[in-house]
Design a protein around this ligand. Structure first.
Ligand SMILES: [Zn+2]
Length: 336
């Protein structure tokens, strides 16, 4: 990164910090305002669908980084900033190149993670970590053809909704009394290409991986799942651990994934952690809607009340998880 770019980045971070700092002082209702503004910015036209490992993804990561700073989290990237740069393989695997042929022809050499840390307040429990994750990239802009103009794939549900949820939960955890356990917030780049951001995070984690007591990933919570009762969310691998049931007992609107045939537990970013023995599961309300990976996955189709209700309902049980000494466990035969 050039010096000029560094200063530009710092400038953007400061500007965002000032703007969000004002927001943070706003009275009750500011959480809702933040949810709306995060959704509209991340899935808005300026970020052009946050194409994996593009400049648009970098802008999305910078925005999330600025929010983490404004919330008061410590930087979690290996170089002491909020932005972790992860190199992509060169060349990219042939299957990925083939998929990318339908999208804008731009160099894709690095991807970006935005990472923040809320240090635990309890000296006994601060070395135990709750990891909250989502992915900040999406498909970006398609390549125009003779018959087709280019389209922006906004990825409002996938996964601007998850990033928005993680930021809102971070705001909630950082306000009021600081939780006993350490909370790490990580938004990954290039999930859509094959979890390159998450893999880079695992190679250079901000905390020892074995200190993570639970990883909750947030994916596609922007619309209710018609297979569930209103306001409910599902957790991948619900029956594999006692985390879902325990969070539900503390008020989380969580049930088992009603689409087991989709194999969401195996398809998620957190499978690598789960294979290492760490309880790592995804919260979602994706009801297999047909806007998945289409240009029509827009903010206009987000059910903002559902998203706000989901985040609001998850905040107390997640605060409980960040405060307790209780450790989630794998159920017999649950570990992948
Ligand atoms: Zn996706």
């Amino acid at each position: 990164m050039s010096r000029n770019r560094w200063w530009l980045q710092r400038g953007a971070l400061l500007l965002f910090a000032v703007v969000s700092g004002l927001q943070a002082q706003a009275p009750a209702g500011s959480l809702v305002t933040a949810i709306r503004s995060d959704m509209e910015h991340l899935a808005g036209s300026e970020l052009r669908g946050r194409g994996s490992a593009t400049h648009d993804e970098y802008l999305a990561a910078s925005y999330v980084a600025a929010q983490l700073h404004a919330i008061g989290l410590r930087p979690g990237a290996p170089d002491g900033t909020y932005l972790q740069q992860v190199a992509l393989p060169d060349p990219l695997p042939a299957a990925i190149q083939q998929r990318l042929a339908a999208f804008e022809a731009v160099p894709r050499t690095v991807t970006w993670n935005a990472i923040g840390i809320l240090p635990g307040a309890d000296p006994e429990l601060a070395h135990q970590v709750v990891l909250l994750t989502a992915h900040l990239d999406h498909l970006g802009v398609s390549r125009a053809t003779v018959t087709q103009p280019s389209h922006v794939y906004y990825g409002a549900d996938d996964d601007a909704s998850g990033v928005t949820a993680v930021l809102a939960l971070a705001r909630n955890l950082a306000s009021g009394q600081r939780p006993a356990r350490t909370v790490v917030v990580a938004c990954f780049g290039s999930e859509e290409l094959g979890s390159y951001g998450a893999r880079g995070f695992l190679r250079q984690p901000p905390v020892p991986l074995q200190s993570i007591v639970a990883n909750l990933e947030f994916e596609m919570l922007g619309r209710p799942d018609p297979a569930l009762a209103p306001g409910m969310l599902w957790l991948t691998g619900f029956e594999r651990t006692n985390l879902g049931a325990t969070l539900a007992a503390h008020g989380a609107p969580l049930v088992a994934d009603p689409h087991p045939q989709q194999g969401f537990f195996q398809r998620s970013d957190n499978l690598t952690l789960a294979r290492d023995g760490i309880v790592a599961q995804t919260i979602s309300s994706f009801g297999l809607h047909t806007d998945y990976h289409q240009p029509t996955d827009t903010v206009a189709r987000i059910d903002m009340n559902h998203l706000i209700q989901a985040i609001t309902a998850l905040a107390p049980p997640i605060r409980w998880l960040a405060n307790t000494s209780w450790r989630p466990q794998w159920n017999p035969n649950g570990k992948p």
